[in-house]
Ligand binder design. Sequence first.
Ligand SMILES: [Zn+2]
Length: 112
Amino acid sequence: MNSQSLDKVVSVSNLVRLIRRMDEYELWKRAVFVRDRFTCQNCGARNGRKRIIEADHKVSITILVKENKVNSVESARNCKALWDINNGRTLCHTCHEQTESYPTRFVQNKLR
Ligand SMILES: [Zn+2]
């Protein structure tokens, strides 16, 4: 196996952090919100004073980074899978928090 060394540049978790700060990430988020009409896809809450909506990657960024061998911000920018709005959904903060404590669900979705 020809393994590109990911740890040469930055660790996956550091890269995920960097990706979340990219302009592309902001654009992706906005596109997901617009498609979902700023409504939580889990509980139906709308963006407002009480609820804050967030965009969730159905297949997590961490998995996408590993699968696509993304090893830099530049390669993240060119990775179409990361910016596919079909992989995004709008969740309110409360629902989003719940998904993050169950990361295995994302893995199961991916395998389907
Ligand atoms: Zn919700």
